[in-house]
Design a protein around this ligand. Structure first.
Ligand SMILES: Nc1nc2c(ncn2[C@@H]2O[C@H](COP(=O)(O)OP(=O)(O)OP(=O)(O)O)[C@@H](O)[C@H]2O)c(=O)[nH]1
Ligand SMILES: [Mg+2]
Length: 177
């Protein structure tokens, strides 16, 4: 595998833009704009309207192209565009959102075809701000639907945390999961 395209998707404010910026070795391409319609629970003023793009070379020389989708549903036409040619999906869910399990359900449903053909990992963010629901609730949700995907608690601001998520995803790709 020479170059691998990976896509970060997931709920608004989960940290897709933050994660790509934390690990990219090039200046990220970012399409965040000031948004006036973010919910009051959202402690940030900007949201992605088209995409994020960054690059990372792993220790073994593997080059990764990293794309981030917008989280807002009204920009979901970008999801299909960005997922083309991707080899794996990273779903980030904000644990402090109003319905994080519902958010996971929405993203797993939306990308079901892609996940079946390739693979995905799930990162639950902002657990320091909101420890509930526990990771087990997400496992239960997936188990009830016979969906086997790994789930990790991550901090999108932490490069180690995000690289660990990516390495888990690449290991799954290599073992043909
Ligand atoms: N406390 C805490 N903050 C986090 C964590 N992960 C991410 N954040 C913060 O949460 C915010 C995430 O914002 P973005 O990176 O813009 O989120 P996004 O997923 O790109 O959002 P949209 O583009 O609007 O869909 C940033 O302020 C991060 O610093 C975490 O684990 N803990
Ligand atoms: Mg963003």
């Amino acid at each position: 595998m020479n170059e691998i395209k990976l896509v970060f998707t997931g709920s608004m404010g989960a940290g897709k833009t933050t994660a790509i910026a934390a690990i990219s070795e090039i200046p990220v391409i970012n399409t965040d704009v000031r948004a006036t319609d973010l919910t009051t629970s959202q402690k940030k003023s900007k949201t992605t309207v088209a995409m994020d793009y960054g690059e990372l070379t792993l220790a073994d020389g593997q080059k990764l192209r990293l794309y981030g989708t917008p989280g807002q549903q009204r920009f979901d036409y970008m999801w299909k565009i960005l997922i083309k040619g991707a080899l794996g999906l990273i779903i980030l869910i904000d644990n402090s959102g109003s319905d994080p399990i519902g958010d996971l359900a929405r993203y797993v449903d939306n990308f079901r075809g892609f996940i079946n053909e390739t693979t995905a990992v799930i990162g639950i963010t902002r657990m320091d701000l909101s420890p509930e629901p526990e990771l087990q609730r997400y496992h239960d949700y997936l188990n009830e639907r016979s969906i086997q995907l790994p789930i990790f608690s991550v901090d999108a601001r932490s490069p180690e945390s995000i690289v660990m998520l990516i390495e888990a995803l690449i290991a799954m790709l290599e073992f043909g999961q």
